[in-house]
Design a binder for this molecule. Structure first.
Ligand code: BGC
Length: 237
């Protein structure tokens, strides 16, 4: 069975059909820059354009970078505030909508680094913000928002996201120090048995992971940037 997965990010909206049995993309993915400002209507137009591009009439799963409950957006810290309260499921023509990090985590525990892992597994995505997905014996605790934990009087994602690394021109060592401090904090709070690092930086894990010392095993995501698309498709299947 194939499902169209669409991943809404702060800079790009990406979609591709996914074979949900294998987790493989069955066609080349399409990426369209996120409209600025990223208000609901223009974003919905891009989602519709992706559906049209693939001539899709089957199920669609969409990720959103904020808290989503029963299709309704509750928070959108890195998108336009007009999203708060919007029924995204309705706006996207009946698509299944979920948090972006939750989607990436679902893909990783199904096909990637978290596959078959018991106990507490934590996926953290580093991008514009920091997203989190918490699993206990493979079951997701949805909408955890550990990117907003406070570190040194600031939200963690305002200190240690990949956006902060780029904006502050931090070298990998300096950024790794911030990520390490953050990981130690979440590790202390949750005692996971595995931490998976996702988001765009997961492909450059060799640049920063060797600098990070945490008691828990920390690994880069296996599905890297496609995890959101795949997870969205899995949930909508
Ligand atoms: C949002 C999360 C989201 C993360 C990554 C955070 O600012 O609160 O819901 O998963 O960014 O996009």
């Amino acid at each position: 069975m194939e499902v169209l997965g669409i991943d809404i990010g702060g800079s790009g909206i990406k979609g591709a059909p996914v074979d949900v049995a294998s987790g493989q993309l069955t066609q080349e993915r399409l990426r369209i820059p996120t409209p600025q400002p990223a208000r609901p209507e223009p974003v919905a137009e891009v989602v519709a354009e992706i559906v049209k591009h693939f001539s899709w009439s089957g199920p669609v799963g969409v990720t959103f970078p904020g808290v989503v409950m029963d299709g309704v957006v509750r928070t959108a810290p890195n998108l336009d505030q007009a999203w708060v309260g919007v029924d995204a499921g309705k706006l996207f023509d009946g698509a299944r909508v979920l948090n972006d990090a939750d989607a990436a985590g679902i893909a990783e525990v199904t096909f990637g680094q978290g596959r078959g892992k018991r106990g507490t597994v934590l996926m953290l995505t580093f991008g514009t913000g920091i997203g989190s997905a918490l699993f206990v014996d493979g079951t997701l605790v949805p909408n955890t928002e550990f990117g907003h934990l406070e570190l040194r009087g600031k939200e963690a994602e305002h200190r240690a996201s990949d956006r902060v690394r780029e904006e502050r021109n931090l070298n990998w060592d300096k950024w790794a120090e911030r990520v390490e401090e953050y990981l130690r904090h979440v590790d202390m709070l949750l005692s996971p048995s595995l931490i998976i690092i996702g988001g765009g930086v997961s492909k450059k894990a060799d640049k920063f992971l060797p600098h990070i010392k945490v008691d828990t095993r920390v690994v880069p995501a296996a599905l890297q940037n496609e995890a959101g698309i795949i997870g969205a498709a899995l949930v909508a299947a």
